[in-house]
Structures are given as C-alpha cells and as structure tokens.
Design a protein around this ligand. Structure first.
Ligand code: F6R
Length: 608
C-alpha cells in the first residue's frame, strides 16, 4: 500500500524521488505526488494514475527544481484516487507539506476542529488534518511543532514532513507503519521500504514505533516519542539493486518463480548442520517446548495457506494440535489461547495490519509468538518473541511465490527441529525427511523444468469463466493457494474445495467443459482423489491433474497431467504449488493482465 520517499542532499531531488516512487510501485497505488523545496517556496506536483504520468508531467522531475523533497504513492482509503486527494498535502500558508501512510482514526474530529479554527481543506483525505495541525502548532521550532502535531494523532502513521522555514531539513515520523532511514554521504533519505533505498545506500536505520527523526544533508538525528535524542544502530541492507529489478524477465512474478530454488536453498542450507536442523533463533530446550500444548498459526492470504499446508507436518512430526486461523478472524474472536500456546505468525512483508492485530491479541492472552517473516526488522519481526527469517530477498510481484515457498521451507524445518527435540520424530522417519528437505531446492528446479508444457495448457484454459481446484489434505492446502494465485492475477473466478466435499454441494456446479484442477500429490490419498476426478468427469468436467512423476494411473483418468518430482507427502505442497504458480502466470499472460500489479491489490496490506 502507500509508499513514501524523502531525500535531502546536494543533488536535484525530484528525479531521485520519482525513481524511489517507481521502486515502490509494486506496493500498489492509484496516485502519486512529490513536494520539493524550491526557491523559498514548496512546489507540489501530483496526479491520479501512475508515477510515469507524474514523471511526464514534470519532465522527469526537471520542472520541479530543488534539493530537498518528499514523494508518495497513494492507495486510496479516505476519498477517491483524484489529483486533489493525492499526497503531498500543503498547509494553507504553503509552508508545510506532508506525506502519510496509514490511517488517522480521529481525523473527523480534528477536521471539524480545524475548520472551526478557519483552515480550509482541499481534499477528502484523513492526511490533510496533519498539515493543518502543523501550521496551527507552528511556534518557530520545527521539532516542537512536529511533536505537538503527532501528539494529537490517533491511528497509524508514517509521515514525511517538509517545511519551507528549514529548506534542507526533513522530518520522518513512525507509528505502526513502516519507515526506514537511509544513511548517505552528504545526503540522507527515508522510504517505506528498503527497495527504494538500495540504489543510494546500503546503510539503514530502522525506527521503532514512536520514534521520529530529523534529516539534513549533514546527518540524521533520531528522537524517541518524548523528544529525547536516541542512538540507533546503522544496519547493513543485504538486498541488492539487481534483486529488486526484473533482470531480463517479462515480469517480476516469473523472475521470482524462477528464483525459488535459490531462495529455498538460502532458507534451508544455513539451518542444517551435521545432519541436524538447527534453528539458532528459536533454540528452545525440550522442556521449554513441552510447555506448549497447542500451536496456533495466524496469517492472511497466501501466508495463511502456507500455514494450512504446514499444519500437517507440524501435527505429524510434533504431535501438537495445530490450528490455523485467519488473522482477520482471530483478532476479533475470543481465542482460547494462553501461555501454553505457541503462536506462529507468518508474513512475507511483516507489516500486514490484520496479522499484527491478531498477534497482539494473542500475546495479550499470554501466548509466545514465533514469527516467520521475510522483511528484516519489520513490525511483526520486532513484536515477536522469536523470528525466523525466510531470506527470500525482495519480493516485488504482488502475487507471492518465493515468499510462500520459503515460508513452507522454514515451517518444515521448524516441524523437524521441534519433532526431534520433543522425541516425536524418531530415527526411523528422520533420515528420509532430512534427505528430502536438503533436496528441495533441486526438486523445485526439477518441478519448474518439468512444466514447460504449461504455456500450451494456459491456452486451453484461459477463456474459462470459472475454474475449480480440488485436493485432499496437503493437496487441498495447495489447491487453496492455486485458486488464489489464479484469481488474483488472471481475474478468473477460481474456487478451491476439499475433494471429498464436492458431493456435498459443489458438484452441482460442474457441467460440460468445466475445468477442474485436481492436485494428486498426496501419496496416501491419491486414489481417493482419482475417484473424485472420475465423478466430475462423469458430469462433463475437463480435468487437469497435478501428480507425482511415476503415477501412470492418473494419465488414463485426467484430460491433462502435469508432473512434479516424487517427494514425501508432508513436503509435497512446496513442489505441487510450482505448476499452480506457472499456470496462473501463463493464463494471466494470455489474458493480457497486469501480472505484477493486479487491479485493486496491494503488496503490503497495512490497513485493516
Ligand atoms: C497473495 C498474496 C497475499 C499475501 C497476504 C499476506 O499472492 O501475496 O495473499 O499473502 O496479503 O501478506 P504478508 O505475507 O505480507 O503478511
């Protein structure tokens, strides 16, 4: 969702802001704008639509001269995506400009107050109250003005503030919304995430909630919420510019699908030493693990489906009852959670608002939280008692691929590690699992290579108005993710059903030519799913099966078959999902969809 950038230095800022905004496009947005400190006045340029439109309007930034500025991509919440509602917003006296991510929950009451005090509003946004508050509290000292303004705000906000009284100074404020400072030489920056910083610096300061910072070309000073100066470590950014670029692929999604062998290797290899799984970041003793009588996994979207797929491995290898609950449901439930519950929180971005809220709710009930997160120092990583990073590198396509498979890899390692310590994973089963987990990167590559026929299959299926994805147990978990991938990027209606449930209602929807994607990779249940294939075919369905290589029975039953390498059932979702990703990709490509930035979706869902 919304993206923020800020720059102060000796270079022209507008082209840098535009480049930073381009790198944040993947987060999802519908309008863009910049504010630059010009010759004594702040110049604001904004458009509804793409960053490219803003770039065209400003002649690549040349029409907005100046060396200090802020920029924004907006994903509309309060008010339509119009030019007026786009950020930055300017104060009535033109001296303050603000960009904002998040939601100001008390904006209505502040707006009334400010209107009564004579301020005029140009937009319908919640953000505009901030810029008028700044003007109303202006007493000459910018730091105090920012602090007094922030004290009136309720909700979540990452702010970038520019004031013409201090032409080379920016303020950055963080509360429950991501904001990272970039440390340069003779110039400094801020941005919503490191992808916008990597071209300029590898040195970052991660703010905590309540922190704010003053940036000038000469340096950065960080303060806590009371205004006390604090020292913050400068961290090294490990992501590279290349990783955040397409590198010759048509789409980030395809690049990220192809990166999965390497990404899964990075998640697994450092954690297996001398034939044992070592999770140094979650190194609990058997006694400590035995305190947990239940595991609750919470997440949203694909991360939730990763939890659904991993539940089987956790229950099988650790023998601890495991529940997977959508974060948006868990946060408002009355979960039966206490200090004996291990809460596993899964999130690629580490910033998903519902997931954070569910995590806070469970922790308030005594649960200990283990986060499985990709983005280093993200909110979820910071809130957790323990964090296992997935080390997938930047994921730019809105539809997650390597984010999901690296989550699965870490969850499988977790199940193995806990199972060993608890004594529930015995020596009979362990060597085969260890062998398989170490082979996963290679097997994922094989699964990609085995799928060269998918573009042709996409041509057969891309005109279907509706697709059904079926499977049982681990296969059902993959079917859920497959249907989500299909609908989010190709806009084709796709539903997933547990294969055994079909005859309890859904089979009524099957008619001549209805495509059914049947996941048949669970070696224990494949015959059962074949029976379901026979049932739907008898009603006219056209079946595309995903099966383990060597399963010849399936060839005579399905219309089309995609094979994946053989693997034990518990880990099979990580391979079975590969054809699902590729099928969705190629169907979306056939349909001419905007694959990396599907309509209405945002990469990081930082509002409820
Ligand atoms: C689907 C997708 C989303 C995310 C969900 C959670 O392809 O990417 O469903 O999985 O929004 O996001 P994170 O993992 O960042 O919490």
């Amino acid at each position: 969702m919304c993206g923020i950038v800020g720059f102060t230095g000796a270079r022209e800022t507008a082209p840098l802001l535009l480049e930073g905004l381009k790198r944040l496009e993947y987060r999802g947005y519908d309008s863009a704008g910049i504010a630059v400190m010009g010759d004594q006045v702040i110049q604001v340029e904004k458009v509804s639509g793409k960053v490219q439109k803003l770039s065209d309007k400003t002649d690549g930034g040349a029409a907005v001269p100046g060396c200090t500025g802020i920029g924004h991509t907006r994903w509309a919440t309060h008010g339509a995506p119009t030019d007026l509602n786009a950020h930055p917003h300017l104060s009535n006296d033109g001296r303050f400009a603000v960009v904002h991510n998040g939601i100001i929950e008390n904006f209505a009451e502040l707006r009334e107050e400010l209107i009564a005090a004579g301020y005029t509003f140009q937009s319908e946004t919640d953000t505009e109250v901030i810029v008028h508050l700044l003007e109303s509290f202006d007493g000459g000292d910018l730091k105090t003005t920012v602090m007094r303004t922030v004290a009136r705000l309720e909700g979540s906000y990452a702010l970038g503030v520019l004031c013409s009284d201090k032409p080379d100074t920016l303020y950055a404020v963080k509360e429950a919304s991501p904001l990272i400072l970039g440390v340069g030489i003779g110039e400094n920056y801020f941005a919503s995430d490191v992808t916008a910083l990597v071209s300029y610096t590898k040195n970052a300061i991660y703010l905590d909630d309540g922190d704010f910072a003053e940036l000038t070309p000469a340096g950065i000073t960080v303060f806590d919420s009371t205004g006390k100066k604090i020292e913050k470590p400068v961290s090294r950014i490990t992501w590279t510019v290349e990783a955040a670029e397409k590198g010759g692929y048509d789409h980030f999604m395809l690049k990220e699908i192809m990166e999965q062998p390497a990404a899964v290797r990075a998640a697994i290899a450092p954690r297996v030493k001398d034939g044992e799984v070592h999770l140094d970041e979650f190194d609990l003793s058997p006694e400590e693990l035995k305190q947990f009588n239940k595991i609750v996994i919470t997440a949203c979207g694909s991360a939730y489906y990763a939890g659904c797929a991993a539940k089987y491995a956790l229950e099988s290898l650790c023998r601890i009852p495991t529940e997977v609950v959508l974060a948006s449901e868990l946060r408002y439930g009355e979960p039966l959670i206490d200090s004996h519950t291990l809460l596993i929180v899964i999130s690629q971005s580490g910033e998903t608002a519902d997931t954070i809220a569910a995590m806070k709710e469970c922790r308030s009930r005594g649960a200990k939280a283990l986060a499985i997160v990709n983005v280093v120092e993200s909110t979820i990583a910071k809130l957790a008692d323990w964090t296992l990073y997935t080390w997938a590198g930047p994921e730019i396509a809105v539809a997650t691929t390597k984010g999901y498979t690296t989550q699965l890899a870490v969850l499988f390692l977790l199940a193995m590690s806990m199972g060993r310590k608890l004594g529930t994973l015995d020596d009979d089963r362990y060597p085969a699992l260890l062998y398989d987990i170490l082979r996963l990167p290679k097997l994922i590559q094989n699964a990609i290579d085995l799928n060269h026929g998918i573009p042709a299959l996409a041509k057969k299926y891309h005109k279907s108005p509706s697709l059904f994805f079926i499977g049982r147990n681990t296969d059902w978990a993959v079917a859920l993710e497959g249907a989500l991938k299909m609908k989010e990027i190709s806009y084709i209606h796709a539903e997933s059903y547990a294969a055994g449930e079909l005859k309890h209602g859904t089979i009524a929807l099957i008619e001549e030519g209805t495509p059914v994607i049947a996941v048949c990779c669970n070696e224990h249940l494949v015959d059962k799913t074949i029976s379901n294939i026979v049932e739907v075919k008898a009603r006219g369905a056209r079946v595309l099966a995903v099966a383990l290589r060597g399963n010849h029975k399936i060839v005579s039953q399905a219309n089309d078959v995609i094979f994946i390498p053989e693997i034990n059932t518990l880990f099979s979702p990580i391979l079975a999902v590969i054809p699902m990703q590729l099928l969705a990709y190629h169907v979306a490509k056939e349909n001419g969809c905007d694959i990396d930035k599907p309509k209405n979706l945002a990469k990081s869902v930082t509002v409820e």
